[in-house]
Write a protein of this length. Structure first.
Length: 391
């Protein structure tokens, strides 16, 4: 491919390598730049390819086209005839005539200079100029909504105000690329990753040993997989520091994404998990206690007692298969914003855990057309009550 001949080509090859997943080191080698220079570029840009002006090819009128327009205008041809000869739209030619207009008529040199100036001037970022929108986005970030959730929910909350709409990528650009303006980089602390530089998400999975008497997930009814009926849950533990022996149990309803948390301040053995789970499930109506899917952790050794007390059918995932509890895995990632790794989770009492769950349950979700899990669950329960009344 050869060594790039210009700084712009260096950048183009470097960011193409980043998009291809080569990482900074691989992209630097691909672009032929030093690793030190590449790291500086990557960090300065916040891990995001800065928006740059593209080359004026195809979409933009060239200098030779402008000279031809000047000649045709001087010869007395109209807008449509000039557009036909150049293969451009009449609207493009009309705007071009206005751009190059002078007291002496259309001038190609004037039009070219004005076009160059317009393209080189950076467009003001929407979040930098719209104060009301910026405040709205900032408030939603501070309550830990993701950029995608914010973008989707703004269209619901402001259906007749397009000026209050913004894409998720624009929010990310404003957070990570300082030149884009608008949002302070400190707000990245409220994102799920909390990173100040965008990086590919790394997946990790951990599974524990088998327990006696378990029923495999392969025997779970198809209706659970379809997520058509509420009342099927996924569960797991988030562990605190080793010294504290603390944990938090997480329960996620598969259809709605509704979350409940179990307080396990001193230990997360089988009896403690049994008592906490039975108590939490007792707060739900019977129709929402259909099944529970867990991994093969020893904390579920009393699964038979839990099933008898709650009426739940309990199923166990295959080893090393986190995708079989996808809703719960995703939720646990979100919860790490509130419950940091290595911390003493006994600090978070039942009331605090309920507040965290309530915040997650009030987050808009893309899969629900940006309604919240709480709203969707209330809807389903209302429909069920209505149908029961009719029956």
């Amino acid at each position: 491919m050869g060594r790039p001949k210009s700084p712009r080509e260096f950048d183009r090859r470097f960011w193409a390598g980043i998009r291809a997943g080569l990482g900074v080191t691989g992209a630097a080698a691909e672009a032929g730049m030093s690793l030190t220079s590449a790291k500086q570029r990557f960090r300065k840009a916040g891990g995001v390819n800065p928006t740059r002006r593209g080359s004026p090819v195809g979409r933009y009128l060239s200098w030779s086209e402008r000279e031809e327009i000047a000649a045709l205008v001087h010869a007395g041809h109209g807008v449509r005839e000039i557009a036909r000869r150049l293969g451009r739209s009449p609207g493009t030619i009309s705007r071009e005539r206005d751009r190059g207009a002078t007291a002496q008529g259309y001038r190609a040199s004037i039009a070219q200079a004005r076009a160059d100036a317009g393209r080189s001037a950076p467009r003001a970022a929407k979040l930098a100029t719209n104060l009301r929108l910026r405040r709205e986005v900032q408030a939603r970030l501070e309550r830990r909504d993701s950029p995608e959730q914010i973008a989707g929910r703004l269209k619901i909350d402001f259906p007749d105000e397009p000026e209050m709409w913004v894409s998720a990528e624009t929010i990310y650009q404003s957070l990570y690329v300082q030149a884009r303006g608008g949002l302070k980089r400190e707000l990245t602390a409220y994102l799920r990753t909390g990173r100040s530089v965008r990086k590919p998400r790394r997946r990790e999975g951990e599974r524990r040993g088998r327990i006696p008497g378990m029923v495999s997930i392969s025997e779970r009814p198809p209706e659970v997989e379809d997520q058509a009926v509420p009342g099927h849950w996924e569960g797991d533990l988030i562990l605190g520091s080793v010294a504290s022996a603390s944990a938090v149990g997480t329960l996620v309803e598969r259809t709605t994404g509704f979350v409940m948390l179990l307080h396990l301040p001193e230990n997360h053995g089988a009896l403690a998990v049994q008592e906490a789970l039975v108590a939490k499930m007792a707060t739900l109506p019977e129709q929402l206690r259909l099944s529970l899917t867990w991994d093969q952790g020893n904390e579920m050794a009393n699964h038979a007692q839990i099933a008898e007390a709650t009426g739940l059918e309990i199923y166990f995932c295959d080893p090393h298969s986190p995708w079989q509890r996808g809703s719960n895995e995703n939720t646990n990632g979100l919860l790490r914003q509130y419950l940091p790794k290595g911390s003493d989770l006994s600090f978070y009492g039942p009331g605090m855990l309920d507040n965290i769950a309530a915040e997650l349950n009030s987050r808009p979700r893309k899969r629900h057309s940006f309604q919240t899990p709480a709203e969707v669950l209330d809807q389903l329960l209302s429909e069920a009550a209505t149908n029961h009344g009719v029956a």
